[in-house]
Design a protein. Sequence first.
Length: 155
Amino acid sequence: MRKVIKTRWWLMDCSLPQRNWARLRVWNDGTCDLLDSDDRLHPFESEAAAVTFLREDEFVPLDQLLDEVTYNRVGPSPLVPPEPARADCPTCGSSWTEGLYGPECDTCGGGAMDRPCPVCGGICGRVWRRAVMDSQDSGLAHWIGHCGLAARTQG
Ligand SMILES: [Zn+2]
Ligand SMILES: [Zn+2]
């Protein structure tokens, strides 16, 4: 029995924003037909012949267009790596994300995911955030922050 095995929609790229559609159907005997937006049905011997015809008329497959639209909306992926969902101390095994740290451990360095300003011992009231990757890679606590007192004395 003759039946359609694939249907693909095409859109004429240069006709945007007018929509010039074509519907390409592939039959199970390998033949094709193309319904254009004027409701004319064009038979083709093969899908390749129909695709060549469509390409010459600057038609683009709809799924390809959608890929481009999706890409443009999302944009290139940001270069900043996401925060790890979990972070553990590689030296003493404390789970920083659970707020734990080893008091004697250089990698923990006196805090879990954050700690009071290490410059002035917390007098300035600032909290520094752990640089997880740097801490884990170096085995020494790395903190991101600025001492509020130092900023004040600098003017
Ligand atoms: Zn540790
Ligand atoms: Zn400080």
